[in-house]
Design a protein around this ligand. Structure first.
Ligand SMILES: C[S@@+](CC[C@H](N)C(=O)[O-])C[C@H]1O[C@@H](n2cnc3c(N)ncnc32)[C@H](O)[C@@H]1O
Length: 216
């Protein structure tokens, strides 16, 4: 059964961090690698899309990161866990969908998203990436660390299966449900370039997780 995105994550809060670090290949390396790409200076601003319990922030702060953070997540429980981990940090949180929240213009030095965007279609990502591009300052970066597949066939099969389950369960378009519909790296890069980014490329991979860096 497909589950609504927010309750899927809220109901898995117990043991969530341990699961990510234990079961996702390369997690012990891709979190610190991802955060090493982010600006560390206190004067900088970073936006985290789908921050969850703030696993990436543990690595960010652990390596001396001091920027102001804005964190968006659908799940109240995930955000509460994040807030309780970092009571003294400069973090603003929004419990909402990043598709709905206005992100503003020319605000952030970097936007990061870890293991969150592989649930969405090209159409929904296109408008989000345009919004992210607009929210970045000149020379700002967008770092996507996520689940990717290695062939178009696999991508298509997973997208079709998600659509089939949606139809079977009568879930209307636009309702956010948890179903993995990862892209190939090339597909993700093409959506980023269409969204206005001047350059985008994959930097490193661990199993099915890769890090893509896009530049405004
Ligand atoms: C697999 S978790 C990753 C969390 C964290 N980034 C990490 O790596 O541990 C995916 C997160 O994305 C959030 N999420 C999914 N779709 C979202 C959306 N449209 N808007 C905001 N958050 C979303 C979920 O609630 C969940 O906390």
């Amino acid at each position: 059964m497909l589950e609504p995105m927010d309750s899927f994550f809220s109901s898995r809060i117990k043991g969530y961090d341990e699961h990510m670090l234990r079961d996702i290949e390369g997690a012990a390396e891709f979190y610190p690698f991802t955060t090493s790409l982010l600006p560390a200076d206190q004067s900088c601003r970073i936006l985290d899309l789908g921050c969850g319990t703030g696993l990436e922030l543990e690595y960010y702060y652990g390596s001396g990161g001091a920027a102001s953070l804005t964190c968006i997540d659908l799940s109240r429980e995930m955000l509460d866990a994040l807030i309780s981990k970092f009571p003294n940090k400069d973090i603003k949180t929004f419990c909402a969908s990043y598709f709905d929240v206005p992100l503003g213009e020319d605000i952030y030095d970097a936007v990061v998203s870890v293991e969150s965007l592989h649930h969405f279609s090209e159409e929904t990502k296109q408008s989000l990436y345009r919004k992210v591009h607009g929210a970045l300052r000149d020379k700002g970066i967008f770092v996507i660390t996520d689940y990717f597949v290695s062939s178009e066939e696999e991508e298509l099969n997973m997208a079709e299966e998600a659509l089939r389950l949606r139809a079977e369960q009568g879930i209307p378009d636009g309702v956010l449900i948890h179903a993995d519909t990862p892209f190939t790296i090339q597909h993700e890069i093409s959506v980023l370039l269409e969204g206005g980014f001047s350059r985008a490329g994959a930097l490193k991979s661990w199993g099915s997780t890769s890090v893509i860096l896009a530049e405004k």
